[in-house]
Write a protein that binds this ligand. Structure first.
Ligand code: GUN
Length: 279
């Protein structure tokens, strides 16, 4: 069965729209773009569009490479203090002359809409409730639940160990009582692990890394990879056409995990708004 991320994301956004209509103040999301990566530009524009569609206040700060660490630090402080802003998102990566870790740590944990602040990561790892859970990992768990896919007791394999996807999704799967393995670029004989997995979450950005011979019959396969090929087509980590006949559930690229990330970002903004306004 093909998991329809667009459909699940749409229903989250529709529900959210109704809740936002009832508020007497708009939730506010600030997005900072300080890199010249073309896909980051697309993601940021999309975050702006979805915010406005929901009736949020949207503030996007686009910088060229003359931006300094000092100016960015000052902006984060201002946004932390601004009562109209409930969520602050720094699109990653930043220009290489900027210190990403320092910037992320300066965001107030209750405004950390991406869930990347060490306080929120620490809460997630400790099995406590973060103020916000990283959007893509949260979206993956929501997709599994939307399709009533059992996580507890399953062998889950996460491929990739980034702070954005791999590590937090592994923590969430563990919190859902899966038996979790994390594989990465230095893992030897990846197939040995994929063959045993009931749930595979692949987040490497290597097109068609996971081929049909690597997947156990009936496994659930979640593809977080997304790369634009020279012919303009978007491809994921999974050899979708062949793996779909072996998997019980599989996410397509595009239309799988991607739409869930943005829906969860919008949901996180709303939840942080409620937290900050104590409703
Ligand atoms: N760069 C790639 N993915 C993400 C994400 O989910 N959030 C941010 N802030 N930057 C990213």
């Amino acid at each position: 069965m093909i998991i329809d991320g667009k459909k699940v994301a749409f229903s989250i956004l529709e529900e959210l729209k109704e809740k936002v209509k009832k508020l007497d103040k708009k939730p506010g999301l600030a997005v900072i773009l300080a890199n010249d990566d073309p896909s980051s530009k697309v993601y940021v524009s999309s975050k702006e569009k979805y915010s406005l569609d929901l009736g949020y206040k949207s503030c996007v700060y686009r910088f060229d490479k003359t931006i300094t660490q000092g100016k960015l630090i000052q902006l984060i402080h201002e946004l932390n203090e601004n009562p109209d802003i409930n969520g602050i998102l720094v699109q990653l990566p930043l220009f290489s002359h900027l210190n990403e870790d320092e910037i992320l740590e300066l965001i107030h944990p209750k405004k950390d809409v991406d869930g990347f602040h060490p306080v929120n990561i620490g809460k997630l790892y400790a099995g406590l409730e973060p103020y916000a859970v990283c959007c893509t990992p949260k979206g993956i768990i929501k997709l599994l639940k939307a399709y009533n896919i059992k996580i507890e007791g399953k062998k889950a394999l996460v491929i990739g160990r980034s702070n954005i996807v791999g590590k937090p999704v592994a923590s969430l799967l563990l919190n859902e009582n899966a038996t979790v393995t994390i594989a990465h670029s230095k893992t030897k004989n990846l197939k040995e692990y994929t063959k045993k997995a009931d749930i595979i979450v692949s987040a490497t950005g290597h097109p068609k890394l996971i081929t049909a011979d690597m997947v156990k019959k009936g496994a659930v396969v979640i593809d977080v990879g997304i790369v634009r090929q020279d012919n303009g087509r978007l491809v994921g980590d999974i050899d979708f056409e062949k793996v779909k006949d072996i998997a019980s559930y599989i996410t397509p690229v595009p239309g799988g995990v991607g739409p869930m990330t943005i829906a969860c970002l919008m949901e996180n903004t709303y939840e942080l708004f409620l937290l900050q306004n104590k409703r």
